[in-house]
Design a protein around this ligand. Sequence first.
Ligand SMILES: Nc1ncnc2c1ncn2[C@@H]1O[C@H](COP(=O)(O)OP(=O)(O)OP(=O)(O)O)[C@@H](O)[C@H]1O
Length: 289
Amino acid sequence: MLTAKLSVTDTGRLRDETAEPEVLRPAGHPNNAVRARQLSKRFGQNTILDRLDLDIRPGEFIALLGRSGSGKTTLLRALAGLDQISSGQLQVPQARAAVFQEPRLMPWKRAWRNVVMGLHIPQARERARQALAEVGLAHRENAWPGTLSGGEAQRVALARALVREPQLLLLDEPFAALDALTRIRMHQLILSLWRVHQPAVLLVTHDVDEAVLLADRVLVLDGGRIVADLRIDQQRPRSAENHAFQKVRTQLLQLLGVELDADAGAPKPVLHLVPPSPAAPFNLSNFSI
Ligand SMILES: Nc1ncnc2c1ncn2[C@@H]1O[C@H](COP(=O)(O)OP(=O)(O)OP(=O)(O)O)[C@@H](O)[C@H]1O
């Protein structure tokens, strides 16, 4: 796997050590699609990511949870190469793509042109058509974005990511703006695309059920670090009715500072969430169900 090895110089400049073709090389860590060590991101005086370590294996489906403002998008943008890191080391595949909550389509380009936008590849139209077919939108290849539903537009965004054949697919709350039924369909679609293409996936979500339904591992970000790493060994498709599912959900809600109503079993958010973690908070690595 080719990787972009990003590191930060003493002067804070981001150095892409793979920028020169001759230094493109197989990953130093072939078992990792992502390898972050001591990764920090600061905005002015605010440290958002604080010497964070993270490993994602090729083909692994990771969900990232954390309270609002905990730095999930900051981490995703760093992995996407959209923002520079402040210090530390980060290795990610060159082939990576991101999908955000808003599809970010160019309204003046037809759907298929959005899919291959910025790519200089042979048979671009055919490649776009194939990707659109994979997301069930072959019939909308000539559509203008303004005529697409929210779910359709998000599927075009997924096709745009797929056509780049990513080894790392970064998803920043891509289903959050969709209605419940469309969201369920998108869950099924993303799982089937993941099975076929086998990228490593990092899905940022606020939805604990979504995380447990989809992911191999659920991470919780707090205090700038990964403070919990739960492996979900249940076979897919998963059911929220399942006892093991509920056990993990409860665990995650507690980690996120949500108080559970013992009678109803329903989550009841509390106003005072757990304070930011100290340097070495609890660690549930290898916890599995
Ligand atoms: N460009 C920026 N400049 C300054 N501060 C920023 C910038 N981007 C993010 N932040 C700050 O970094 C913190 C983390 O933001 P981030 O968007 O990563 O959190 P998040 O966990 O994704 O939040 P949410 O769940 O609400 O989307 C916030 O306090 C935010 O204000």
